[in-house]
Design a protein around this ligand. Structure first.
Ligand code: ACM
Length: 629
């Protein structure tokens, strides 16, 4: 009897052990051969590293000491972990080779960046608890035998964070950077200015932050917010001092992440106009930094976006370019990376059109139409940015009216801007809203709350950054954008970013041929326990059914459900009662009877509830119905 219990206990433990050793690395490596066996980290871990990789060796040592409790030394003696800098053209500047066998862990790369990315892979091979920030007891710190040769598909593997719509402290920004690094993302695009706040100290223009960084405090739904009175205290906001910026840039650098600052001009400049109204074409307007209340006509006037309050800089005013010169003079030395992003998106030109000074500028410069005024502005800004030793990047609107020189384009309105830019031989970063806007709600609308539109992770994962017929050398890479109109804090930013950020990371790093939704989605589920250990918030919307409806010509409203991941059973009720796994199981489209008030749904896997409980009102189901003849 006792023996039987022992065997049963061992079977449980062994199966836990086996699960812990499942390999699920995101992004998928270029080449991987699984071995037969596991290497267990000893209580005394020696790390052998060349002097040039000492900083990384220290990072690894600190992590292992803190979380495993091992005694870790950096030593030239026989080591459990060996780091080597080698010369191997096949690995490029970010690739690595990892070998785990009975002798231990051997990690080789041409560069420290390569070693760092290899270290991210090692952590993903260790039990999930390695991501904990505190000592973890009773863990077998083992790594499966494996042989990996890996390098990224794209040099630009980006993620943008908007810190204007909501302010995130420098500590929050470091958390965002930590989360990026785990998945080998390497470009942090920092959206530092917008209508709702200017977030970077410019010493020669102090009002940008003393005035431009602050607005009336508002909760509630973006663009459904009451307009503050002019004299209402401006208590919400914040900004980064130049010392803060240096600290964050250095922090990112320690994780081999380059930082791209964005100053979004000429549109999206309400905060700047509030600080210095003379920079707008409506200098006498009683400006205040926008608090999330609607002031744009997005449907536009004559097909063009229009601003009821002028949030553009005046292209006919030389002072604007003097100020921009000061701004970029101070920004350029803070950011070692080669690009500065000047925004350029969604510039409403209705106030330019009304301005006698802009009309005079057009006459003087022989500018034929208002799009060319934007192009004139962009060229002037490009000159300033180039004069600071940097290249300019902008959203795809910078193509309007012509683009020149070494400017690079970030394609966000789908990929057409990217294609057009590449045809003109400009470099391109793909970040199409249809796939990579990870501010869009990610699961069932009625459970998540509306943010413009929905975007499932499966769709994000399906993106291919190199359009057919386009020179791949012009596509720098791929980027996800985290806009924060409706994100009030970093925990929620994490919820919106993960796991979709993993889809962007795999598209950015792994060869196209290695991508596979079925295995990727399983790996994502395997990552959840790692994020739990790391204390990272994430969404489990992949377990929520994709619920659609059809309105048939005979009046029938037909309910359909689809599962984003495999192995889910979807149960539902139409009688206003809580569902469980004894309720109707969805197997085929259902014609909803006339008086149904709501459909309540829950998904199960292996007999256990796994998805959110959904309660979708009939009005919401009717609203989303696709008409079918
Ligand atoms: C953008 O989403 N307006 C770049």
């Amino acid at each position: 009897m006792k023996m039987k219990m022992l065997v049963a206990a061992c079977m449980t433990i062994c199966s836990i052990q086996l699960n812990a050793q499942e390999i699920n690395i995101i992004p998928e490596p270029l080449q991987m051969t699984k071995g037969n066996g596991i290497f267990t980290l000893p209580k005394n871990i020696a790390i052998n590293a060349p002097a040039t990789a000492n900083e990384l060796a220290e990072q690894i040592a600190t992590k292992l000491k803190t979380t495993t409790g091992a005694i870790v030394s950096i030593s030239k003696n026989k080591a459990s972990i060996t780091l080597d800098i080698i010369k191997d053209d096949n690995l490029g500047s970010e690739g690595y080779e990892l070998e785990v066998n009975a002798k231990g862990v051997s990690l080789k790369a041409n560069t420290n960046a390569g070693l760092f990315f290899g270290w991210q892979t090692i952590q993903q091979l260790l039990p999930a608890s390695i991501y904990a920030k505190t000592l973890q007891a009773n863990v077998n710190w083992s790594i499966p035998y494996v042989s990996i040769t890996d390098k990224p598909r794209f040099a630009w593997r980006g993620m943008m964070l908007d810190v204007s719509r909501h302010f995130f402290s420098k500590e929050d920004v470091k958390v965002f950077i930590d989360d990026m690094a785990r998945y080998k993302l390497n470009r942090f695009h920092w959206h530092l200015t917008d209508d709702q706040g200017w977030r970077i100290e410019i010493k020669s223009l102090p009002r940008l932050t003393s005035v431009g960084a602050w607005r009336a405090d508002r909760k509630g739904k973006w663009m459904n917010i009451t307009t503050p009175a002019l004299d209402e205290p401006k208590t919400y906001g914040g900004f980064y001092t130049q010392e803060d910026i240096k600290e964050v840039v250095a922090y990112a650098k320690s994780k081999f992440i380059e930082v791209i600052p964005e100053v979004d001009i000429p549109g999206h400049s309400m905060a700047m106009n509030t600080a210095y109204p003379a920079l707008s074409t409506t200098p006498n307007y009683p400006y205040q930094v926008n608090a999330g209340d609607e002031f744009m006509d997005w449907e536009g006037v004559n097909g063009h976006v229009a601003a009821r309050i002028d949030n553009s800089l005046d292209p006919s005013n030389e002072k604007v370019f003097e100020y921009l010169d000061k701004i970029f003079s101070e920004i350029a030395p803070l950011f070692p990376f080669e690009y500065i992003h000047m925004g350029g998106d969604e510039n409403a030109k209705n106030n330019w059109q009304k301005s006698a000074n802009v009309q005079a500028l057009m006459k003087r410069e022989g500018i034929k139409n208002i799009n060319e005024v934007q192009s004139y502005f962009v060229r002037r800004v490009q000159k300033i940015i180039n004069s600071k030793g940097k290249k300019m990047m902008g959203w795809d609107e910078i193509l309007d009216g012509g683009l020149s020189g070494d400017a690079a384009v970030m394609s966000w309105r789908g990929i057409k801007g990217g294609i057009e830019a590449a045809k003109q031989r400009h470099k391109v970063v793909m970040s199409p809203n249809d796939y990579n806007y990870i501010d869009f709600y990610q699961g069932e609308l009625t459970a998540e709350g509306k943010v413009y539109r929905g975007l499932r992770m499966k769709t994000t994962y399906s993106f291919e950054p190199i359009p057919e017929g386009i020179d791949p050398n012009l596509i720098l890479g791929n980027q996800a954008n985290q806009w924060t109109e409706q994100i009030f804090d970093m925990r929620y930013a994490q919820y919106m970013t993960w796991p979709r950020g993993m889809a962007v990371a795999e598209t950015s790093w792994s060869p196209k041929e290695k991508k596979n939704w079925s295995s990727f989605s399983k790996k994502v589920e395997g990552q959840f326990e790692k994020l739990d250990a790391a204390g990272v918030r994430y969404s489990k919307s992949i377990y929520d059914p994709i619920v659609t409806t059809e309105q048939r010509s005979n009046g029938d409203l037909v309910l359909k459900m689809e599962s984003e991941v495999e192995g889910l059973d979807m149960y539902f009720t139409i009688n206003d009662q809580m569902p469980d796994n004894y309720s109707s199981k969805y197997t085929a489209p259902v014609v909803l009877p006339e008086d149904v008030l709501s459909v309540r749904i829950i998904s199960y896997r292996d007999g256990k509830p796994i998805g959110k409980y959904l309660n979708i009102p009939i009005e919401a189901l009717k609203k989303r119905a696709v008409k079918v003849l």
